[in-house]
Design a protein around this ligand. Structure first.
Ligand code: AKG
Ligand code: FE2
Length: 302
């Protein structure tokens, strides 16, 4: 395994590098992280139940979910820490990337569990390589940008990344079931109806969302890819931060606890390399796929 090596290393603007699947790494986080009492308070928080993978924060309404409630004032303090993190990370990103006019803030999260010893269903495992698709929050053709920070005072967080989406699509797309191919049309309709019944609040998924969910699961369960695919090791020490477009950069986390994370949906109109985005690559790979033009009409503007 290569250490901290990335295929398209260092060429182009930060936006281009991210959109091509590179991880951008900052040895010292370029935005404020919780310190002192706030940090200690955060490190004491525990995950509420197995139903929650992480403690999450919704910047649109300030709600925090997934933590064990122990004391008065705990929720308000968590909200304040998350709000501060969300603002600091977002302000910094808006100075680094040309996305401000076309992004939407998604959730932020705090990850208190040790990843090396977690027991999760195979499709929910974080230690298997995958590209992201959020089951509960369809991206509808927008990109997924994520910023991470390691707030563990002592231990690094360890990631492994592999080939970017473009390469994985060529290698495995057909086998995973490209949209619009014989069989996959009724499957996608069936998928939409079943998921609509199970999760009526999710809203309609596009063919693109259904493919990305399918591809996420396919990659995690594909032993050939998991075992033989190229692997690049990333060691993120305490206090560091990193960025990735995780719908393109295949990734897994092997070890570490106590990370902060913030996700953003990026509209196609503001991308530096729109023609290299997963919806366009997917449309090219599959002649009859219908990829929606992304719309924020039912979302809160950032
Ligand atoms: O927690 C991490 O470091 C990454 C886990 C992951 O793959 C994800 O949240 O999509
Ligand atoms: Fe992921």
């Amino acid at each position: 395994m290569e250490a901290n090596a990335i295929a398209s290393k260092g060429l182009g603007s930060p936006a281009e590098r991210l959109e091509r699947g590179e991880v951008l790494y900052y040895p010292s986080a370029p935005f404020a992280l919780p310190q002192g009492d706030d940090l200690e308070f955060l490190l004491r928080q525990e995950l509420g139940s197995l139903a929650h993978k992480n403690i999450s924060y919704n910047p649109a309404n300030g709600k925090v979910n997934g933590f064990v409630r122990r004391e008065a004032g705990q929720e308000a303090r968590l909200q304040a820490i998350f709000a501060h993190f969300s603002t600091a990370a977002t302000d910094w990103l808006s100075s680094l990337l040309p996305y401000r006019e076309g992004w939407q803030l998604d959730r932020a999260s705090f990850r208190p569990q040790e990843e090396a010893t977690r027991r999760l269903r195979p499709k929910a495992r974080n230690d298997l390589l995958h590209v992201d698709a959020f089951p509960g929050r369809p991206s509808r053709g927008n990109r997924i940008l994520r910023v991470f920070a390691n707030i563990n005072p002592r231990e690094p967080r360890i990631w492994v990344t592999s080939d970017p989406f473009a390469k994985l699509l060529k290698r495995y797309g057909e086998e995973a079931g490209l949209p619009g191919r014989a069989g996959s049309r009724w499957l996608s309709q069936l998928g939409r109806s079943i998921m609509g019944l199970l999760r009526p609040r999710v809203g309609r998924r596009s063919d693109y969302d259904l493919f990305m969910l399918r591809f996420h699961d396919y990659l995690k369960l594909n032993e050939d890819f998991q075992e033989k695919g190229p692997k690049y090791l990333h060691t993120f020490p305490p206090g560091s931060a990193w960025l990735a477009m995780t719908d393109t950069c295949s990734h897994s986390v092997l070890r570490g606890r106590f990370a902060l994370e913030h996700s953003y949906f990026i509209a196609p109109a503001v991308l530096a390399l729109p023609d290299e985005s997963p919806p366009v690559l997917l449309r090219n790979a599959s002649s009859s796929v219908s990829v929606p033009s992304a719309s924020f009409s039912n979302r809160r503007a950032a």
